[in-house]
Design a protein around this ligand. Structure first.
Ligand SMILES: [Zn+2]
Length: 182
């Protein structure tokens, strides 16, 4: 087995460990770690998804709001043990978990995953990017900011994320910073 193949296997193992143990976080696999050209098609096959829904870039609508993340398509995976995730090049959403959430929280999750596409793996950066984008594009209001904090509050810290209340406080600062500039 080539060195590269071993590495890919390790990454995949880590991937599935992460998504089965961490909730309200997300996964992002860096391009340098991910299998080259890891595609939605391969993801669907690896996950054993049947009739997986794939939405082309620019075609996604969440509760009536059209969303775009550059040229990245979205795949719906109801078996994912988290609300969303991202591989370099595409976004994963779990429709089974998302449907219970308020509209602005859903869109924030999508935008957080989108942020990883442009800003890399840092979770705080992705949180803030999503908040700022929400304010600028008009889908995030004060009540939505509260809903996001409520949603994230009980999330435990992980090796990738600070605890929920800390994430909330940081995002509130991001929210306020864009409000001032408006
Ligand atoms: Zn994330």
């Amino acid at each position: 087995m080539s060195k590269k193949a071993v590495r890919i296997q390790e990454v995949e193992k880590t991937f599935f460990t992460i998504i089965t143990t961490v909730l309200i976080s997300c996964l992002f696999v860096l391009p340098s770690f991910a299998a080259e050209n890891y595609t939605i098609k391969k993801y669907i096959k690896d996950r054993g998804l049947k009739n997986a829904r794939v939405v082309a870039p620019g075609r996604l609508k969440i509760d009536g709001t059209r969303l775009i993340c550059g040229k990245r398509p979205t795949v719906f995976d109801p078996t994912l043990d988290d609300y969303g995730g991202a591989f370099d090049g595409f976004i994963i959403l779990n429709p089974r978990l998302l449907k219970r959430l308020p509209r602005q929280v859903k869109i924030w999750i999508y935008s957080h995953e989108c942020a990883h596409q442009f800003r890399g793996p840092d979770e705080a950066t992705a949180d803030c990017f999503a908040i700022k984008r929400g304010v600028r594009r008009g889908w995030l209001k004060e009540d939505g900011m509260k809903q996001i904090c409520k949603f994230i509050w009980s999330a435990p810290a992980s090796h990738m994320h600070p605890p929920g209340p800390e994430r909330c406080a940081y995002m509130k600062r991001c929210f306020a910073s864009v409000q001032k500039k408006k």
